[in-house]
Design a protein around this ligand. Sequence first.
Ligand code: UN1
Length: 513
Amino acid sequence: AEATGIQSALEKLGILEINEGSSTGSENFSSGELISSYSPVDGALIAKVKSTTKEDYEKVVQTASEAFQSWRKKPAPLRGEIVRQIAERLRELKEPLGKLVSYEMGKSYQEGLGEVQEMIDICDFAVGLSRQLHGLTMHSERPGHRMYEQYHPLGIVGVISAFNFPVAVWSWNTALAWVCGDVCVWKPSEKTPLCGIACQNIVAEVFKENGLPEGISCLINGDYKVGEFMTHDKRIPLVSATGSIRMGKIVAQAVAARLGKSLLELGGNNAIIVTPDADIKMTVIGAVFGAVGTAGQRCTSTRRLIVHDSVYDKVKQAVVDAYKQLRIGNPLDENNHVGPLIDKDAVSKYQAALEKVEKEGGKIIVEGGVLSGEGYESGCYVKPAIAEAKNDFEIVQEETFAPILYLMKYSGNVENAIAMQNGVVQGLSSAIMTNNLREAEAFLSVAGSDCGIANVNIGTSGAEIGGAFGGEKETGGGRESGSDAWKIYMRRQTNTINYTTELPLAQGIKFEL
Ligand code: UN1
């Protein structure tokens, strides 16, 4: 860890007592059992973090509720100014935070930096948004009446995030929620608790410098049981959750039972369609980065390559050749393309998926396997694999969070490929590689891709923050980040004002006294 500079990164992020039980910075309420955070990079114990008990949670919600009373009254552009300062701090701390993301989660340092860049970008977006929380005005049917709508803060927003984007997903939610006048309680993944503490330290300092209550941003730690405190809590009007479909179904039902709102960003089973008119060079970069980037642990990772039979052999060869160039190893070493999986449990799931695809009749064309020996001591490094498979294999229908790419053929027109791409329960991201206008437009049409994200001549991963991010079907339907995703963080109110001395009723109803 010393050699990678992780120690000094942790110090810059205010995480001081490494390997001691109580290294926590500002996660001041937690007093429960210790959660150990091990790095998948070298298997080292980075630190232990206290989990949040039910009693601690009560104090958190109390603090958040109190903070909401004043924060909601601060004019939105002034809330934006606070988010602007957070973005400045993130710019200063981009390198240490990117390094911690890389070390605690295992993605490449470049991708760690990219993740912090997403945080900076969403903060900048939110600053502008703070002056644009617009409602509409309408014409009243009654004379001397004015009608309009406005958006007010919701209250406490609960954020449950996953290990794979341990910092950015939180910021997509919080940067918007804060300018909207909400306060946030965040439960990061128990696999990446230090990323949570680092972010909390950054924003807590900004709130403190501005004389603002700490409850605007709260952190709770622990596994799904801690998440359940929020999903069952009527005081949390919105729960935004990122993770597996299984988790999302549990969260959605718990929140719906109390008629709360949930914003779900769940699994993907993303495909790239490669048509006869595709640029093969671009296809290879898009597909390989999509499949092996973040070691296949993005919800937008490319899982399926649906290739026209006329170019199948050519594409297959080009992708297989590209896989030979991949360097797997310590993600903090910028020469490596692929880092480790998050933990050994993920490694087992990867192995099981490879076994299953063969059992179902698939053919492995780029051999997988777990790496061992020097540099691979954590046991979490695996070889990106490719299997020729059929779309209706059970394993192909599932999302395995690992670098496994399924290659499949289509014949005839692009509609056949679109049917395959849509033929899964998930609906997050999708892409087509083509220079044929008709194919591209068919893919984007009403009868085209059924996903929340549909790209032309771009891979499935690496969405920009400016668009609304999320997907359909079992991906959960939620939208985070750009466009008008902010609306879910606010309550909407329609206002009608009568400035006359008469009281005419709507719909022309006569009611005389
Ligand atoms: C996720 O994997 O949960 O589009 C988010 C992308 C990133 C975000 C992925 N901007 O790949």
